[in-house]
Design a protein around this ligand. Structure first.
Ligand code: NAP
Length: 230
């Protein structure tokens, strides 16, 4: 059976790398993007590949998500909540942490996975052990001693907490929920000095998604499969 993967924030960075890798693996792909103008490569790919369906969707907007959840053709085996924002990197006194920046990060990184999972639950291939992967960050782990990016860290800690709570709710349905640190990745967010390429991150993440077992639910993993502290 060909598996179907749904990826949010699929137009650039890690999401686009996961989309391209899904094409190589011949999966059915429902790839979601927010902004037409930033999604040309994804749009071109969808013209070349009939197994790649693309959808305009903002993860902070329930109506936008519901519209897509009513229009996808396949039951989803792997739901990847990848879309995210980091627009405040300084410490607590940084001007970057204004109310709008705080709201944007919290809405995309916390409300985003919440609303995506809530509205796509009915699309999941529950009978075949569907999997939900939230792309979090090691920066959200409580085991750190840094003072930068407090709001981004808090948003990813909340995303991990959400993962735990939702995993408890879905365990009896055999739906697996886990969160992932994708590595420090050379994307617009990670910057050009980061450790690994989006392709290396996607390779590691995909291997983990495909091998996820019920026993893994509620856990926070690195892209190489090692367990991380929440
Ligand atoms: N890069 C790293 O080193 C790193 C490390 C740890 C965790 N992460 C996490 O990995 C994920 C992907 O990061 P990345 O490095 O690929 O970042 P990126 O290059 O900045 O891409 C972010 C993606 O999220 C999308 N997005 C943001 N807000 C959205 C919204 N409201 N609705 C729909 N899509 C939205 C963006 O769409 P637009 O193009 O429309 O803006 C873009 O596709 C994020 O959750 C990030 O926090 C990244």
């Amino acid at each position: 059976m060909v598996e179907t993967i749904l990826i949010t924030g699929a137009n650039r960075g890690i999401g686009l790398a996961l989309t391209k890798l899904s094409l190589i693996k011949n999966l059915n792909i429902e790839a979601c993007f927010r902004d037409n103008k930033k999604s040309e490569e994804l749009q071109e790919l969808s013209l070349e590949h009939p197994n790649l369906n693309i959808h305009e969707m903002d993860v902070t907007n329930s109506e936008s998500i519901k519209k897509i959840s009513q229009n996808i053709n396949f039951k989803v085996d792997i739901l990847v909540c990848n879309a995210g924002v980091n627009n405040g990197k300084g410490d607590i006194f940084s001007k970057e942490h204004n109310e709008k920046a705080i709201m944007d990060v919290m809405m995309a990184n916390v409300a985003g996975p919440f609303l995506t999972i809530k509205n796509f639950y009915k699309n999941l291939n529950v009978n075949h052990g569907a999997k939900i992967a939230i792309i979090s960050s090691l920066m959200g782990s409580q085991q750190h001693s840094s003072s930068n990016a407090p709001i981004y860290r808090a948003s990813k800690a909340a995303a991990n907490n959400l993962m735990r709570t939702i995993s408890n709710q879905f365990i009896n349905d055999n739906v697996i929920v886990a969160s992932y640190h994708p590595g420090w990745v050379r994307t617009d967010m990670g910057g050009s000095h980061a450790d690994i390429s989006p392709e290396e991150s996607a390779e590691g993440l995909m291997k983990q998604f495909l091998n996820l077992k019920l026993n893994d639910t509620g856990k926070f993993f690195n892209y190489d499969g090692s367990i991380l502290p929440l």
